[in-house]
Design a protein around this ligand. Structure first.
Ligand SMILES: [Fe+2]
Length: 390
């Protein structure tokens, strides 16, 4: 995060006595960092020690079955066309694509969670496609609506509560590396630059709520790699009286991304939202098209030999692609050129604006593909460029 936030009650300095109202017992200070003692961090002050765990049970998490001998070709598949797994915001996840640096899943949570969740291995970026509700965490709460990104540092204990569970949909990206606000969007002081597509006011840190002062049994599901450790705390984990620092979850709504428009077509980096060392996340939002009298708004063909390009289609009419519906995903693997489908370049000439929403992930190493993707795939997609232009 580029800026400092302080919520609730904290002592005047770090690492000094901070007494509860009885004047005798101490609040428990806890440093929260995802990169040792040298990266960004926050200090939290708890009612009780965060190490008070009654019971620990281990479970293996099911591994996704890879699509064996998958051909190197262009893929299109539809995540809304099957009976998605039921479950809460964690157990309903269907892992579709992955490598050592990223796991991409979709989920249609169908019920509230009876446990708290902590991904101790990966930061999470959750794009809310459908559904609204509240993100609850140790740091506070954030109301979310469709179009919100929830950026959750690894190790954050949280829950997602939907207003109703009849029509929900999440795109979830997990990464051992932090989702950073791109360096080029910030000045040398860390502040977001005047020409960045979003600014600090667009980023919504958690709102403070009074800590839960409850004893009992509270299950925290701790995900570490392929294992799930179910830890039963003897008190409510949301018992933080105050915190401050730079490391915390936040939300950013896709409509607050101020798209850039040029005289002629601008390349994908203008759509960049978050970056990591191993992949980037971009988004496409409604915008005016290029204004040169001969401009071709549709993208040109390009050979991205160094990245797998994943596009998750959210809403609107996508200008360069046919056969797309909400929740469709295209995967254009590295080494193959890609570009608009027959007729789409011509159709874009003279258009003045687009109303498309999509999230794009470019990974710098090839992705594994889950076997479920084969069953959801449009097998004719890789030949769709052979159609004649009408
Ligand atoms: Fe591309």
């Amino acid at each position: 995060m580029p800026f400092y936030v302080q919520k609730g009650s904290i002592p005047q300095k770090r690492h000094i006595t901070f007494y509860k109202p009885d004047g005798k017992s101490l609040y428990r200070e806890e440093l929260f960092s995802t990169s040792g003692f040298s990266g960004i961090y926050s200090n939290r002050y708890r009612l009780r020690m965060p190490t008070r765990v009654l019971k620990i049970e281990e479970q293996n998490l099911p591994k996704p079955e890879p699509w064996k001998n998958v051909p190197l070709k262009w893929h299109l598949f539809h995540t809304e066309r099957y009976e998605a797994p039921k479950g809460d915001f964690f157990s309903a996840r269907e892992n579709l694509l992955w490598n050592d640096h990223i796991w991409i899943s979709t989920a249609k949570p169908s019920k509230a969670s009876d446990a708290f969740y902590k991904n101790a291995f990966a930061h999470e970026l959750i794009f809310v496609h459908k559904g609204q509700g509240i993100f609850w965490s140790e740091f506070g709460q954030i109301s979310f609506t469709p179009g919100d990104y929830l950026v959750i540092p690894k190790g954050t204990i949280y829950t997602l509560e939907f207003q109703d569970y009849t029509d929900t949909k999440l795109l979830i990206i997990e990464s051992p590396d932090m989702f950073s606000i791109p360096k080029e969007y910030r000045n040398s002081y860390g502040q977001l630059r005047e020409d960045a597509p979003y600014c600090e006011r667009d980023l919504r840190p958690p709102e403070y709520f009074k800590p839960f002062d409850q004893k009992g049994e509270f299950k925290v599901k701790l995900k570490v790699g392929g294992k799930l450790s179910i830890q039963t705390w003897d008190h409510h984990p949301y018992d933080v009286i105050g915190w401050d620092g730079y490391e915390y979850p936040f939300a950013f709504h896709i409509d607050n991304f101020a798209a850039k428009v040029g005289q002629i077509h601008l390349p994908p980096p203008v759509h960049l939202v978050f970056s990591t060392p191993h992949f980037v996340v971009c988004n496409f939002v409604p915008r005016l098209f290029d204004f040169h009298p001969q401009a071709i708004p549709a993208p040109y063909f390009h050979t991205n030999v160094d990245s797998d390009e994943v596009l998750y289609y959210v809403d609107g009419e996508f200008m360069s692609r046919k056969g797309i519906e909400k929740g469709s995903i295209t995967l254009h693997p590295m080494g193959l050129p890609h570009g608009p489908q027959p007729g789409k370049t011509e159709a874009s000439v003279g258009q003045t604006k687009t109303h498309e929403y999509a999230v794009m992930i470019d990974t710098f190493a090839p992705l594994n593909i889950a076997s479920i993707v084969e069953t959801l795939s449009d097998s004719n997609y890789s030949k769709s460029w052979l159609e004649e232009v009408n």
